[in-house]
Design a protein around this ligand. Structure first.
Ligand SMILES: [Mg+2]
Length: 246
């Protein structure tokens, strides 16, 4: 196990919590549609979730496209519905991405522990149109601890991959061989970082709550470590340092 000097975090779902906002607006859109279309919310829920799940599995699309595709599929299932209804539903779902976001409860303490242990910290994010919001949120408590004091923001029109992580490392001046990566997305974060041969690649799987889109555990690579919270990640990083002191 490598003694890491640097930590790269994913932002959305790892440090800041957008799931609450997602659920809130998702539920609102579903309630609106079931009321307007006169169908059972459970029927809509099944269609909604199945489509989100399928489209995430088939291709990693940006949020706006995902919303459009979901509603497009519904409009095929419910022909003859006025287009303004789909547009309003789209507006509701899009609110997810302009809603203010909050850091997870334990984030502060873990960041402080890492700073105290002299790790260099960075954030690599690919967070759509809300990145300014997220950077603002991150700045409140996290950005002052980051090398360069800011996030590395990747282009939003492509999925995050190994090059995103490598570019992020380059931006901060981190050598991947002594850098740990942690993110909540198995494919875009953990497996991608593993392809780029970062020293420690962690999949933060908070009791599946952040990965309810689809069960992707079978795609986990051997060298990827699954952690249920950031404290476990902190333990792993510290274990590497204890086993290989400099
Ligand atoms: Mg994420």
């Amino acid at each position: 196990m490598v003694n890491c000097e640097n930590i790269l975090f994913d932002l959305d779902g790892t440090l800041v919590n957008t799931q609450k906002a997602f659920k809130f607006w998702h539920d609102k859109a579903r309630a609106y549609l079931s009321e307007t279309l006169g169908i059972l919310p459970s029927d809509l829920e099944t269609r909604f979730n199945r489509y989100l799940k399928d489209s995430r599995r088939v291709a990693f699309v940006e949020p706006y496209r995902l919303i459009s595709l979901t509603l497009q599929s519904l409009s095929h299932a419910y022909p003859g519905v006025d287009n303004s209804i789909w547009l309003h539903a789209k507006d509701l779902l899009w609110q997810v991405y302009s809603h203010p976001v909050e850091p997870y409860d334990e984030v502060d303490s873990v960041i402080h522990a890492l700073v105290k242990d002299n790790y260099n910290l960075g954030i690599v994010t690919q967070s759509g149109k809300t990145w300014t919001e997220q950077v603002k949120m991150a700045r409140l408590k996290i950005n002052k601890h980051l090398v360069h004091g800011r996030c590395f923001c990747a282009p939003t029109h492509v999925p995050k991959d190994k090059f995103t992580w490598l570019n992020g490392a380059y931006f901060y001046g981190f050598n991947p061989e002594v850098t740990a990566v942690v993110g909540d997305n198995l494919i875009d974060d953990a497996n991608a970082a593993q392809s780029a041969e970062f020293a420690l690649c962690c999949w933060l799987n908070r009791a599946n709550e952040d990965n309810w889109f689809f069960d992707n555990r079978h795609q986990k690579r051997d060298q990827v470590s699954e952690v249920t919270n950031l404290w476990v990640f902190l333990e792993l990083v510290r274990r590497g340092r204890d086993l290989n002191p400099r």
